[in-house]
Design a protein around this ligand. Sequence first.
Ligand SMILES: [Zn+2]
Ligand SMILES: [Zn+2]
Length: 292
Amino acid sequence: MRIDLHTHSRASDGTQTPTELVEAAVAAGLDVLAITDHDTAEGWVEASEAAREHGLELVRGMEISTRHEGHGVHLLAYLPDPTYPPLVEQLALILRGRRGRVPAMLEKLRDLGVAIDDQDVREAAADTAAAGRPHIADALVARGVVADRTEAFDRFLSWGRPAHVDRYAAPLADVVRHVAGAGGVSVIAHPWGRSRRRRPDEADLAALAELGLAGIEVDHQDHDPETRDELRAIARNLGLVATGSSDHHGAGKVDHELGINTTAPEEYARLLELAAAAAAAARRSTPEVVRP
Ligand SMILES: [Zn+2]
Ligand SMILES: [Zn+2]
C-alpha cells in the first residue's frame, strides 16, 4: 500500500487542479492520498469527487502556517471539521495576512527595479484562495526575470532576501489546540527542513505532543538520511506517528514527485485511530476518509 500524506493543488500553490492531482496520484500508483493545501479546505470537494470516481482513498487535510518562538512552522491538520469557528478564524487571519503582503512585496520589487504588478500576480494565482509568494514567483518567471520559482525565492522572496515581507502566522500551540477542537489530528511538517532557522528539538516536540500533536513528518525531501533517522527516533521516544510524504506541488516544485516518500501502512492506521478518537472527543462532524 503506497500512502502519500502531503500534497498541494491549485487551491493553494500547486499547479494541478484537485482533479488533476487525484489523477496523477492514481497514475503514480498511490493507494492513499492526502490533499493538504496551505490554509484552506477549498480543494476538498473537487478532490473528493475525483477520488470517488477514480477509486482512490483520500484524506482531507490542510497545511497551516503557524509561528513558534518567532519561527515559521508548518502544521499538517488531517480530517478537521473545517467549519469549527476558532479554526475558521485563524485561517481567515492567515489568508488575509498572505494576501496583504503581496502589494508590500511588489513595492519592494519595484524599488529593486523589477516591475511586476498586481495583474501579473492575479494571472499567476488564477483562482486560488491563497495568493502569495509562489504566485509572485510565477509572475517573475512569466516576465522572464528568473528561470523558476526556486530562483525567485533564492534571489528575492525568501526570508532575509530583499523583497521579503513578514506576515501573520498563527501561534503553533493555539493551532494544535484548534485542530484537536475541530476533531482532527496534527502532524508537524518537515520540522528540520532546509529553510528552518531553528529546529524544534526533542523537548519542543514533547511539549507539542502534550498539547495534542499526533505526529512528525519524518520522510520529506528536506530531510537527509541522518535527519530522518534522528526524527524517527524522537517520534518513537515520544509515541508520535512518523509520516512520509512528497509535498508535491505539481510542476511548482522539482524533486517532489508524488510518492517520492511514503507513510508506512501501520503509521497511517495509527493516525486514523487518533483522528477517530479526536473526532469523538470533539463531537464535531468531521470529514470521513473517502474510500473507494
Ligand atoms: Zn510546508
Ligand atoms: Zn507543503
